[in-house]
Write a protein that binds this ligand. Structure first.
Ligand SMILES: Cc1ncc(COP(=O)(O)O)c(C=O)c1O
Length: 368
């Protein structure tokens, strides 16, 4: 049994030896950034994997910022209140107005039934998150976007390798953005990507990520969204372990679900999502109220186990939002006050999962 602190995630790293060997070429050619061989290799591999052109960028936040500029968004954007803060921040940073629309209660993604009444004359896009890697209702969102002439961006930071009916969901919408942060199922330490099936959009994204600079010309407004050979090297090596890591994540998730099955907790089950090929990125558990959640986190913390309140607060309740942006979103607010993500990473020992579940079960039975 492992009694060292258990965090919600633990970054998978390739062996030092493999990393040093891969980096030999960097020392040989001194090409460390600016579209070097390793970034191009990573892009080619991922483009093939997702059957969609993809550009690697410096992180998942910059990926959304680039998507916003590449699609020339203005005015207001319909968005989810249930995501990481970066989803909202990127809109505010671009001087766009987020219009928070509540989520649906089954998979916690943007609720298409509530969008149309929230669209304003200046609305130019929908920015939705496949939260925990569970896909948004794309059919409904794409239909609304088309009828109202809106762009559709997916924050797919959690959705690496998620497919529905055998097709990657990263090809949905005008642009999908990914985060390759160290906490994600696939990572380059820091990093991210933008994907689009539209070659013109990909060309704009590529230019914008490099200052709008091509050869001797400065062709558009741009920023520095590039990533380095050192980061992409980690990514290339991590790709080789994806299947194995995913199988380990599945084993852990299945054990959590089995051991918590009789508890009055909502543990999302990918088996209930039709046609879903899931990546087992997170194991969110929804308690029946906030007091219960806080009690159960305190009990785990006392044993040096540190689950996380992903995602809290509901983004429509961020302190720094202007009062007029705080539309009520009761489903999201309830989710944010009751959710806790349990530790999940490939080498988490199954005995630790049993120990975590034992603490949760004992605590719930006492409480009940
Ligand atoms: C849903 C979501 N969007 C965006 C981001 C931002 O990604 P990054 O940390 O790579 O900037 C994250 C994560 O960290 C996230 O979870």
């Amino acid at each position: 049994m492992n009694n060292t602190p258990i965090q919600v995630s633990k970054t998978y790293l390739p062996t030092r030896q493999d990393y040093y060997e891969l980096l030999e070429s960097v020392w040989d050619n001194h090409w460390v950034t600016n579209n070097g061989p390793l970034i191009r290799q990573l892009e080619a591999t991922l483009t093939e994997r997702f059957s969609a052109p993809l550009k690697v960028v410096s992180n998942g936040t910059v990926a959304i910022q680039l998507a916003i500029r590449a699609l020339d968004l203005t005015g207001s954007v319909i968005t989810t209140p249930y995501s990481y803060v970066a989803t909202t921040n990127t809109l505010l940073w671009a001087d766009l107005t987020p219009i928070f629309v509540d989520i649906e209660p089954e998979w916690f993604c943007l609720n298409p039934d509530l969008i149309e009444e929230a669209i304003r004359p200046d609305t130019t896009a929908i920015l939705a998150t496949h939260v925990y890697g569970y896909p948004c209702n794309h059919e409904a969102l794409a239909d609304i976007a088309e009828r109202h002439n809106l762009k559709l961006i997916y924050d797919a930071a959690h959705a690496f390798d998620v497919a529905v009916d055998g097709q990657s969901i990263l090809t949905w919408g005008d642009i999908s953005t990914l985060s390759f942060h160290a906490t994600k199922v696939f990572h380059t330490i820091e990093g991210g990507a933008v994907l689009s099936t539209d070659p013109d959009i990909i060309e704009r994204l590529q230019l914008m990520r490099s200052f709008g600079h091509a050869g001797r010309d400065f062709l558009s407004l741009g920023i520095n969204g590039k990533n380095s050979e050192f980061h992409c090297g980690i990514g290339l090596l991590n790709l080789a372990r994806l299947e194995e890591n995913r199988a380990a994540r599945k084993r852990i998730s299945d054990l959590y679900r089995e051991l918590l099955s009789e508890m009055p907790l909502n543990c999302l089950d990918p088996a209930n999502y039709p046609g879903l090929d899931y990546n087992y990125a997170y194991f969110p558990v929804f308690c029946w109220d906030n007091a219960m959640r806080e009690e159960f986190i305190a009990k785990l913390n006392a044993e040096e186990i540190y689950p996380r309140r992903y995602f809290e607060p509901s983004l429509n309740q961020l302190d720094f939002l202007a009062p007029e942006l705080r539309r009520s979103c009761p489903v999201s607010e309830r989710a944010a006050s009751t959710v806790v993500c349990l530790p999940l990473y490939p080498d988490l020992p199954l005995d630790d999962v049993r120990r975590i579940c034992k603490i949760i079960r004992k605590n719930i039975l006492q409480w009940w």
